[in-house]
Design a protein around this ligand. Sequence first.
Ligand code: G16
Length: 550
Amino acid sequence: EYEKAVEKGFEDFPRAPVDKPFSYGTAGFRMRADLLDYVMLTVGVLASLRSRKLMSNTIGIMITASHNPAEDNGVKLVDPSGDMLEETWEHWATAFANAWEPAKLKAAYINCIEECKIDQRKEAHVIIARDTRPSGDRLVKALIAGLEATGTKYTDYGYATTPQLHYLVRAINTQRQAQPYGEPSEEGYYKKLGSAFTTVMQYANPNGALTVDCANGIGAPKLKELIKYLPEDKLQINIVNDRIEQADLLNEKCGADFVKTQQRGPQDFVQTAKPGERWCSFDGDADRIIYYFNDDEKVFRLLDGDRIATLAASFIGDLVRKAGLEDEVKLAVVQTAYANGASTRYIEQTLKLKVECTATGVKHLHHVAARYDIGVYFEANGHGTVLFHPRALKAIRKHEPQSPAQLEALDTLKALTDLINQTVGDALSDMLLVEAVLAHKEWTVKEWNLTYKDLPNKLAKVNVADRSSYRTAHGSAERQLEHPTGLQAKIDDIVKKYQDGRCFVRASGTEDAVRVYGEAAEIFDVEDMVTRVIESISIQQMVLVGNTSF
Ligand code: G16
């Protein structure tokens, strides 16, 4: 029925000439914004099929390139539960985006309908949102052309953070269920977080002010809105880097990715932060958060995703015990190969919790975490959340407290299930979680930092001729390369010379680069090891080498 319109859409938004095929990567399609119009059209077309396949449930489309520079943009699809697009459908996204001519797009469309047995007469529902990148204005038009060509009903929510879009999708699709996720509006999101934070904080007091670097992105206006719903006496927030009207400032020498890879704070931090002051940074679409401070010797200290995972796991584990639920509700932590080895050891040996390691990308961590009663997942870069399985939610709801202490723990635990975004990593929600835990533990950032000592580490980014030739072995959680042939053996040879040495190489799924991560017992060993590993790769151009942290 819609095949002709799909074919016609191609004529209005022809595919830009590119030398490499597009691929649906770690977080959807991501590239220079001027190449994306056609991709947007095809994503609109695909979203309509996905909704029709899934009983007309609402699918989300987020236009963002998150931590990438302002001139990039990207697009990702959100499934009805609020999770990322199911992986088995990614190849359709790639096939549509790589159709070279109108007839090929039409053929891919028909193929998808036939293979997935999609009834085109069903209604299709989609919601859209975008970050502050100026190219979003143009790209949304191409996306809407794809939605209209396929007779899709859509709502454009305008500017939102990525996690807000995920929230909206789940809230819309659960409206008629016994336990709706929340009110399906941006205001509903703030109300849910605000009221949960108020409950969590009823037994705790704040620990001084927090300064938030919003990366000059969408997190700035949305945080200002959220603050209106928070109890004034329980959290004092100062905002920096909120200049969204200056598009080129997005993620520029600020934001979570800059702070993590450069191991230093944004400019305002360097100029104004006093020892012990608590700061955090969001990324461009506010789905990542990183904390940091200067210690008394003015040494920069990073509290990254690993630290947030350990903080959350230890607090939630204690609450489960205090509530008397430890026999029924088990916790686990999910990390990637980028997690600092010291954090993994701390979780296993001190917190005595199980750790699983997955490939990069929240879509991988999320699915593993969802298997546990409570699954805490964080990437070292600050992207993560805590998932409560329905059986854990039921146990928490049903449990009869036996003492005032149990009641307090149970109340706090219940409120955390609302405070923590269950669909995806969310900087706003994670920030409130960290603030609440620090307040409950009566910890400053210094005490948080003392829980374990990071192994010295370095994350480098290297340009190679063809990043797609760097492929990791299945089941290795990206720690072993199987292609280019022989390279892994060379890396192993280098790494074995260093005490506690660990180093791996993988192609980025969001940038045209290869990432090299290394850690070892001594700082000079890390430098040496990573340099040698980089030398073993045939480098075309070294773009950026992250600072070493220790
Ligand atoms: C995205 C993903 C993250 C991932 C990051 C880097 O983050 O959502 O899960 O860690 O890219 O991935 P890669 O190493 O493959 O480039 P964001 O914040 O940019 O959406």
